[in-house]
Ligand binder design. Structure first.
Ligand code: ADP
Length: 775
């Protein structure tokens, strides 16, 4: 088995470094090593490293010159083995050519992330040394290397480094073989030992020279590099000896067998090439798999596409020019993770509208042989144009181009999907905003009447949070107290998909709301599929409606009550007045006057109430506030009412308040009158005057029936009465408290209430202090 392994060459684009002889990392993300050599990522690092490298390259070159001079001076002119009759003048160029071929024939062998390169160069050297006199052997080795550098277009610095290293190493090999092996003319044990020793020395010199430069590049000590690579290099040296010696001996004694000698090398070469291709394919498949994942993402698709395609095709350049733009996104091999955005290259101008894959070969950038251009389009929409430039020495196969075109198409599909998704998200968020901000409740239920959507307005209306409502049967979320109404929850039927219904629901806090449900249902053959229900809160309108009808009932009742005795007594006076005693007549007239005054008050209150709007934007009231003694006002109301049930408690000193005396009397009369009216006929009504630093208060406490909690504020609304007007047991208009609060507020105060059902209520009139006291 031949093919001593030589691993890798290191040289950056500027050709700074030469052969590494060391396993390279083929895909080092930082671009640290590889066929292309040292750190590429930062020019600064390169500049820092370059000078010392050049110094070492020069030193290696010098070493080569010195050792070569030693060979010329001391190695004599006898070849080690005899037997070939070909004259040196023919053998020398022949072996130089063989050496060149051995150097050029490189098999890249991948294992894991690393790549090794195998060549027969060292084996050819052994043949040179065995068959040629020392000077000619040196010449053949150097000439073969120079020729190989020219063929492979190696950068000059790299070629010089190789030449220096190999001249030094080959010189050592020649010196050891010729000085230690003597001139036996045939393969003796001494020759064998000398060749093995020389080859190991060759390997050691080679490795040491390379370690100087590689250590510098990788930031390791040269000794560490030597240690890491010594073992592999030793195996290679053995392979080199075996191949070189065997080939030479066969060439001398049975030249016909030489082709057979090459066969194992060829077999290995092809086996390795196939393995390398397979590894490349595997790497590409992995890359394409990552690409397919990247295309499924929404973010950053173009950037990831470029990076992965560049990697999969080992391209020098990959770029995308978005449709209608002048700036392209691009990645290059030199900066494999950086995506540039810049002006599109001029060579793309003619191909940016291409309908299918196009191969550009003219007017390209230096170093580019050809560029593949493919459209990024799908479903009749063009998103841009993609271009890929393979590395200078590689070609893209037709299969590659087809694959690139399909990938560009996949990119377009992904971009189109992303655009659709963006549009969908935008539309959905608009719709969401409508639903969220709607003043009407919106609910969507599925075919099983399970709630799918429950908007904030509906949360506010029902007091059921969306989190609780979603996924639950709709019927569970609406508590319908009226037994005949639940049926209207889902009245929509295939015949009337847009049905609407009104019903009263009870919220979890007990409050009842009147709602209208307008359905918009869709049906399939097997029944309901979806129902969109818009729910409006009709409570206010409903209450207003009720108030209106209540008001008519109330007014007719309230007016009739005083009118009946008036009409009766006037009739009595007219028919029998002259026969009545003066006392009875006076009593009747007093009663008529009393009821007429009541009527007049009633009408006055109604007129006054009509001057207040429901929302508080009342017409300015005739209220003239000044300082009044609240204690006196309370006393007067108590006296006017003349009821022994009114128990007044006042402080000893006057209690000055800032108010309108007449209006305050009216408010107090209403509050105390209500206390009497809505409690038992023998229950006391306690009126207490108290003052604080900021205000004065009159509490009117009764021990009557109280007011339900949810109606505490409603009693201050115009015409609102707790009792049903149809069955009411107490008379009243529902105006008193409304006026009391409005008047108190017009004076800068307020009327508030606290009440417990069946225990009693406390209405409190609060008034401000006169200006001088406040000051
Ligand atoms: P009304 O003329 O009906 O008394 P008000 O505006 O004075 O009108 O009172 C409104 C409603 O508030 C009354 O109909 C009654 O239901 C309730 N209300 C007022 N005061 C009391 C009270 N002290 N105790 C119980 N309910 C009261």
């Amino acid at each position: 088995m031949s093919a001593p392994a030589r691993q890798g060459e290191a040289a950056d684009e500027q050709g700074t470094v030469g052969r590494t002889g060391i396993t390279r990392s083929a895909a080092d993300e930082q671009g640290t090593v590889g066929r292309t050599g040292i750190t590429r990522s930062a020019a600064a690092v390169r500049a820092r490293v370059r000078d010392p490298i050049l110094r070492r390259v020069t030193a290696v070159g010098l070493l080569g010159v010195i050792l070569a001079a030693l060979v010329v001076a001391f190695a004599g002119d006898r070849e080690v083995l005899h037997g070939i009759t070909v004259p040196t003048a023919v053998l020398l160029p022949g072996l130089a050519l063989l050496t060149c071929l051995a150097e050029v024939t490189v098999v890249r062998l991948r294992h894991g992330e690393a790549v090794e390169e195998l060549s027969l160069y060292e084996a050819a050297l052994v043949i040179d040394v065995l068959l040629l006199p020392p000077r000619e052997a040196l010449l053949a080795a150097a000439a073969g290397l120079v020729a190989a550098s020219v063929v492979q277009r190696r950068p000059p610095v790299k070629a010089a480094f190789n030449l220096g290293t190999y001249t030094a190493a080959v010189s050592v090999l020649i010196l050891i073989v010729h000085l230690a092996g003597g001139s036996p003319g045939t393969v003796t044990p001494r020759v064998l030992v000398a060749v093995v020793a020389g080859t190991f020395a060759f390997t050691a010199v080679n490795l040491c020279c390379l370690a100087q430069v590689l250590g510098l590049i990788n930031g390791r000590s040269p000794w560490a590099v030597v240690r890491a690579e010594a073992r592999l290099s030793a195996y290679m040296a053995l392979g080199t000896v075996a191949t070189g010696l065997t080939t030479t001996v066969i060439a001398l004694h049975a030249p016909l067998l030489l082709p057979f000698m090459a066969m194992p090398a060829l077999a290995v070469t092809y086996a390795y090439r196939a393995a390398a291709r397979e590894a490349d394919e595997r790497a590409r498949s992995a890359c394409l798999l990552r690409l397919s994942h990247a295309l499924a993402e929404r973010e950053d698709v173009e950037r990831r596409f470029l990076l992965l395609v560049r990697e999969a095709f080992d391209a020098e350049l990959a770029l995308i020019l978005p449709a209608g733009q002048d700036r392209a996104l691009s990645v290059t091999a030199a900066e494999s993770t950086v995506v540039h955005r810049g002006a599109a290259p001029s060579w793309l101008a003619g191909a940016r509208e291409t309908d299918g894959p196009a191969l550009l070969t003219e007017h390209l950038a230096t170093g580019q042989r050809h560029v593949v251009v493919v459209p990024v389009a799908a479903g009749g929409r063009r998103f841009g144009t993609a271009a890929f430039a393979p590395r200078a020495r590689t070609r893209m196969s037709t299969g590659d181009v087809t694959l690139l075109a399909s990938l560009a198409n996949a990119l377009a599909v992904s971009l189109r999907g992303a655009q659709h998704l963006d549009r969908l998200v935008e539309e959905t968020s608009k719709l969401q905003a409508v639903v969220e901000q709607s003043a009407e409740g919106i609910m969507v239920v599925d075919g099983d009447a399970l709630v799918q959507m429950w908007n904030p307005a509906l949360e506010a209306l029902t007091r059921v949070p969306a989190a609780e409502a979603l996924g639950r049967p709709m019927a569970q979320l609406f508590d319908v107290p009226a037994p005949q109404e639940p049926g209207v929850l889902l009245p929509a039927s295939p015949g009337a998909p847009r049905a609407a219904a009104e019903l009263t629901i009870r919220r979890p806090d007990g409050e009842q709301r009147r709602i209208r449900m307008a359905h918009s249902a869709t049906f399939a053959a097997d029944g309901l599929t979806r129902d969109v229900v818009v729910i409006s809160d009709l409570t206010r309108e409903y209450r207003t409606e009720r108030l209106k009808s209540d008001f008519i009932a109330m007014v007719s009742h309230e007016l009739r009550t005083p009118l009946t005795p008036i009409v009766g007594y006037v009739d009595l006076l007219r028919k029998r007045g002259d026969r009545m005693t003066p006392q009875k007549r006076s009593d009747a007239l007093e009663l008529i006057g009393d009821r007429a005054a009541h009527l007049s008050r009633l009408v006055e209150d109604l007129l006054l109430a009509s001057r207040f709007g429901d929302s508080g934007d009342e017409i300015a009231l005739d209220v003239s506030a000044a300082s009044h003694d609240l204690r006196a006002l309370v006393g007067q109301v108590g006296q006017d009412l003349g009821s022994p049930r009114v128990v007044v408690t006042v402080p000893d000193a006057p209690v000055p308040a800032y108010c309108d005396g007449g209006r305050t009397l009216q408010v107090l009369a209403n509050l105390i009158g209500n206390g009497l009216k809505y409690s038992a006929a023998d229950a006391p009504v306690e009126v207490t005057v108290r003052s604080t630093a900021q205000a004065v208060h009159v509490d009117v406490r009764d021990h009557g029936r109280g007011i339900p909690a949810d109606e505490l504020e409603l009693v201050f609304e115009k015409f609102y009465r707790v009792e049903d007007p149809m069955t009411m047991s107490t008379s009243g208009t529902g105006i008193g408290l409304f006026l009391a609060r409005r008047l108190a507020r017009a004076m800068g105060g307020d009327v508030t209430v606290e009440s417990t059902l069946d225990v009693g209520s406390v209405f409190t009139l609060t008034l401000g202090l006169p200006v001088q006291i406040r000051a």
